[in-house]
Design a protein around this ligand. Sequence first.
Ligand SMILES: *Cc1c(COP(=O)(O)O)cnc(C)c1O
Length: 226
Amino acid sequence: MKMHSISKNIERVEAAIIEAARSAGRDPGDVCLVAVSKTRPASTIRAAYEAGLTNFGENYLQEALTKIAALEELPLTWHFIGAVQSNKTRPIAEHFHWVHTVDRRRIAQRLSDHCPAGKTLDVCLQVNIDSDPAKSGVQPDDAGKLLRETRELPRLRVRGLMTILAARSEALTSYQRLAKLFEALKKEAADPWDTLSMGMSKDFRQAIIAGATLVRVGTDIFGPRS
Ligand SMILES: *Cc1c(COP(=O)(O)O)cnc(C)c1O
């Protein structure tokens, strides 16, 4: 996709974020836009950076590492949003700033163990808010336990919750449930407990109305994936 259309798309998404936030009485500055760049080449990411974005989300490790290396000179923040395989925790902890998909204790422990000295990895706990058998994530009732198990890990900073909705779920209702869980867990969390990672191209507006502080948008910025 051309630079011109990427920057137009970004303008459109940012305008929609502002509108959704204002309609909910929220400050649009409290919503971070992460551009989901899986399957897109480094040149496309560079174009999005030149149009003003600095946060990028990737799902597939090998592909991501190539692009992270190619764009090393740019001040980008990389978010891992794919399923974490336990034999991949070292490169993930080394090369990413955030991991949104921590859904079990063993993965959290390994990410902390493999995080380089002097670095802190920001993480979200992935919750299967619709209890969809096809989706990963901790069950809502078990999220408190996972939080207690992960908040003490020395190299992790547990920032909040993330979810991916079931295909048929009613977005606003599901996102409101995750927001409620986020509030309920606040008293168990260490500071800063400030991130509610929810919302994709088709439903980021509802997510913002429900309280998202971070939306993960791919298609609306870069066009359909082939
Ligand atoms: C691909 C992906 C997105 C972005 O999806 P779009 O529909 O392209 O906006 C967001 N979050 C996760 C976890 C994804 O895998």
